[in-house]
Design a binder for this molecule. Structure first.
Ligand code: GDP
Ligand code: IMO
Ligand code: MG
Length: 426
């Protein structure tokens, strides 16, 4: 799909844009596929014939046996979740022989998941609606410099030192803030031992590996997780994840430099969804939203939660184009819009009467944003069998052109169903 040596593919909305299935397609033309941020909060589903795969930590390139797949240093990795995923894929005949796990990535421990849940419960109605996988607490430990890295687990004395140091703090929080029992260091070491034994052969200096593959001329595809609006810095803070799913996170999370990134592709649905709390200007909490949810099967891959659904939000897409330096767009799930008499396309917002082309930084203002819609004529035709842009109904072509024009980025690929064949280039 691209003649570039390195391509980043990331979510341009609030996640679940179809990054996994697009990565699976683009992996055909890559040698190495890299996850650079997040953890098993991600859920990437891929359909291959009658088979369905749900990946959480392992890059979607794993379905192509000859490719290298890398979990890079910007990730937070639960050894237990990773081994479970590896076992499930191996049981289905996939090889883990070319899987590499960063020595520098941070470890998610059971007490991170516990802290995630306790903190959500403490927040009550104000909660973020996290995936409860321990992502936030693991990144918190990393930033506070009391985290545990994958490499630390390989040396008993280092592991004990890190856990002693980290848990001295964490146990005070567990007991003092949440009234929960403390975690025992030796119990945690015993918990990790069998996991480490199995994971050790995969733990690698992935920075060195990626530079070697880059110098050898390999094509590298970075598979984003989450989405731009969930980014810790540019997302809808505080309703965000704790990592950097945006393009900046690729360099931080993999060790390649900005000058080594050739193309950045943003994936967006033909509408938009969000899971969990937080502002959502174009949300359709009505029959339209229900229709999108039911036709688009908008239920989380990781948590099973119903996704909130709404119309395509161009100010957010423009923003994603800017902060990621997008060079191309992929639009997924165009088929889901078939049968709508008109399609709402949010072109800009009004904030206290003032026109905004981009979202404001103050999250409290988002509740007062009035999305302004262009009513685009819909189409009746089922798109699932369309394989060429030329065969789309005129109204669908117009809709895509309108998005392209308004964002100023070319659409390079459109999908009309979850199957590998249900996508075409423009
Ligand atoms: P990701 O997290 O960005 O990889 O996306 P998810 O896998 O969480 O959610 C996308 C869902 O939409 C998955 O169930 C896909 O199988 C499905 N999907 C992807 N592309 C299309 C498409 O073009 N049409 C339809 N109908 N479904 C799609
Ligand atoms: P993929 O890769 C959609 C959301 C959660 C919550 C917020 C913080 O499948 O697109 P966290 O557990 O990360 O601390 O939760 O972020 N979230 C996602 N939403 N898709 C994802 O991943 C997500 N990963 C996290 O719902 O609102
Ligand atoms: Mg998902």
């Amino acid at each position: 799909m691209t003649q570039h040596q390195t391509t980043v593919l990331l979510g341009a909305q609030w996640g679940d844009e179809g990054k996994g299935r697009v990565t699976d397609l683009m992996a055909e033309e890559a040698d190495v596929i890299v996850r650079f941020s997040g953890g098993h909060n991600a859920g990437h589903s891929i359909h291959v014939g009658l088979e369905k795969f749900a990946l959480h930590l392992i890059p979607s390139g794993i379905l192509h046996p000859e490719k290298r797949n890398v979990l890079a240093s910007g990730m937070v990795i639960s050894p237990e979740a990773l081994l479970k995923e590896m076992d499930a894929l191996e049981a289905r005949g996939l090889s883990m022989g070319r899987l590499y796990v960063s020595a520098r990535a941070h470890v998610i421990m059971p007490y991170h998941a516990l802290l995630d849940r306790l903190e959500e419960e403490r927040q009550g109605a104000e909660q973020i609606g996290t995936t409860l996988k321990g992502i936030g607490p693991a990144y918190t430990d990393k930033v506070a410099r009391r985290g545990l890295r994958m490499i630390d687990m390989l040396y008993e004395d280092v592991l004990k030192k890190r856990l002693d140091g980290g848990l001295a703090y964490t146990n005070k929080i567990l007991q003092g803030v949440y009234g929960a029992p403390p975690v025992d260091v030796d119990e945690m070491i015993a918990y990790l031992q069998p996991l480490v034994r199995r994971l050790a052969p995969y733990i690698t200096d992935t920075e060195a590996l990626l530079h070697a593959r880059y110098r050898a001329g390999d094509r590298i595809l970075f598979e984003g997780a989450q989405g731009t609006l969930l980014d810790l810095d540019v997302g809808t803070y505080p309703f965000v994840t704790s990592s950097y799913p945006s393009a900046g996170g690729v360099c931080l999370g993999s060790g390649l430099g900005p000058s080594q990134i050739d193309a950045v592709i943003g994936v967006a649905k033909a509408y938009i969804t969000r899971v969990g709390g937080g502002p959502f200007p174009t949300e359709q909490d009505n029959a339209i939203g229900e229709r999108l949810r039911s036709l688009g099967h908008e239920y989380g891959v990781t948590t099973g939660r119903a996704r909130r659904c709404g119309w395509m939000d161009l100010p957010l897409l423009r923003f994603a184009a800017q902060v990621n330096g997008l060079t191309g767009l992929v639009i997924t799930k165009l088929d889901v819009l078939s049968g709508m008499q008109t399609i709402g396309l949010c072109t800009h917002y009004l904030l206290d009467g003032e026109r905004l082309e981009l979202p404001p930084p103050c999250i409290e203002q988002w509740d007062r944003l009035e999305p302004v819609y262009e009513e685009i004529p819909g189409w009746e035709e089922d798109l699932s069998a369309v394989r060429r842009f030329a065969d789309l109904p005129e109204a669908a072509k117009d809709y895509l052109h309108r998005i392209e024009q308004s964002v100023g980025i070319p659409i390079s690929l459109v999908s009309v169903g979850p199957e590998r064949a249900q996508a075409f280039r423009l």
